[in-house]
Design a protein around this ligand. Structure first.
Ligand code: ATP
Ligand code: MG
Length: 418
């Protein structure tokens, strides 16, 4: 038997209803905050990701699914959505009429990481991006939106972790201080981090190896190196979060896995997830639009880990699982034929109706109706047919009544409409 690829998964009925509910609630809230949906392809030219995410990041160095297509052009299954949204924003000149645009998108991402709980090779994200707003209030709005969404989805123990990554003016100074510090702890760092020291020293702060984490407890903190503009910006974020009653924490080591971030970065974490505690991550990426060939337009955004969100969502999937409203137990070929016409017409009218296509015994049909959890069973045998009636049984109360076959579909629609 051919099995799934490692790190990939199926989302089956019974679980998928919760995913549908989450997606629906998220889209609704995003629309209420003025975001509009954008759908982008799941493959792009590899260059788009290597240039935007950064060559010296884990994602580009070792996690991307990249292969040559039949003409030899390198393409990549997207590891994240922001690069594509930025590409679309530039390519369709969406900034021309009004640079301020807000988008969201939902879909699968691909990263070849080590599979474990909360970490898959195909996973799903809900993404939101705001273009054209330099004000830190846009960052605050994103955090508020996430906080509201998680509250509605009953995610327990949510906290926003925030940090400022500074800007091209002040980060180089921090980078220097960090590199000098790293030299003092070099021998305890893992091989990856020793390499990162020269390629991308900020990434060392994000290393998950315990020895590296330990070594970094004495590292200089970015917040101490911010320029006046970045500092003022970060103060505004904090003040507004307080004003809006958002539970937050300053996390001087929060650097995130992608190179394009500047100033405010954040993660939404929950105590309910164990090691993979981040349900969402995001922040400002003011340089990216220009870097990818567009005008100098600031931007900020987030990505929610859909799989992790579904895992910590306090709502049970069972609540959303649909059951047929009606099961028609038809006995004999003539009854079956009529029943078939009825279920087709009921389905078209928005009433989920099922039947058995095999002409089994009444007992086995009733059993199936029970298993499906149908609210009502309509029984139609030769005898009923000759009398021009059918028997409708309420499966909860066990009440039963005869109803005339004439105009029965309209009658059932009237009775069963939710
Ligand atoms: P992490 O530190 O957990 O690896 P990240 O910084 O790589 O996260 P982002 O690229 O910012 O994550 O993606 C945003 C969110 O997507 C994460 O907070 C997480 O919830 C989810 N996510 C990231 N990678 C995976 C994965 N391999 N499987 C499932 N969810 C993921
Ligand atoms: Mg990661």
């Amino acid at each position: 038997m051919i099995q799934l690829i490692r790190g990939f998964k199926d989302i089956l009925p019974g679980e998928v209803e919760l995913w549908q509910h989450i997606e629906h609630r998220a889209a609704e809230l995003l629309e209420d905050y003025g975001f509009r949906e954008i759908r982008i392809p799941i493959m792009e030219r590899t260059e788009l990701f290597s240039r935007s995410i950064g060559d010296a990041t884990d994602i580009v160095e070792k996690e991307m699914y990249t292969f040559p297509d039949r003409k030899g052009e390198l393409i990549t299954l997207r590891p994240e959505a922001t690069a594509s949204v930025v590409r679309a924003y530039i390519q369709h000149k969406m900034h021309a009429a009004d640079p301020v645009r807000k988008f969201y998108t939902v879909g699968p991402m691909f990263r070849r990481e080590r599979p474990q709980k909360g970490r898959y090779r195909q996973f799903y994200q809900i993404n939101a991006e705001i273009f054209g707003v330099a004000s830190p209030l846009a960052d605050v709005q994103l955090i508020v939106l996430l906080d509201t969404l998680f509250e509605r989805l009953e995610v327990p123990d949510v906290r926003a972790h925030i940090n400022s990554l500074g800007c091209p003016d002040c980060r180089p100074r921090y980078r220097e201080a960090l590199v000098s510090y790293l030299r003092t702890v070099e021998d305890v760092l893992c091989a990856d981090c020793r390499r990162r020291m020269t390629t991308n020293p900020l990434r060392v702060l994000d290393c998950k190896v315990p020895d590296c984490r330990q070594a970094m407890t004495g590292a200089p903190i970015l917040a101490d190196y911010l320029c006046d503009a970045c500092r003022k910006d970060f103060e505004t974020v904090k003040k507004q979060l307080e004003k809006l009653g958002i539970n937050y924490e300053i996390d001087g080591r929060l650097v995130r896995g992608l190179d394009y971030y500047t100033r405010t970065t954040f993660e939404m974490q929950t105590g309910a997830l164990g090691a993979q505690s981040a349900v969402a991550g995001g922040g400002r990426y003011d340089g990216l639009v220009k870097m990818l060939g567009g005008p100098a337009i600031p931007a900020t955004g987030f990505a929610v880990g859909f799989d992790r969100l579904a895992e910590v969502c306090g709502l049970s999937a069972e609540r959303f699982v649909r059951k047929p409203a009606l099961f028609i137990a038809a006995l004999g070929a003539p009854s079956q034929e009529i029943a078939f016409e009825w279920i087709c017409r009921l389905g078209a009218a928005g009433i989920e109706a099922e039947m058995d296509f095999e002409d089994r015994s009444l007992k086995s049909q009733m059993k199936r109706a029970d298993r499906l959890g149908a609210d009502y069973v309509l029984m139609l045998g030769e005898q009923e047919l000759s009398r021009g009636v059918a028997l409708l049984r309420n499966m909860r109360t066990r009440d039963q009544e005869e109803i005339p076959i004439k105009a029965i579909v309209a009658g059932l629609i009237h009775r069963l409409q939710p």
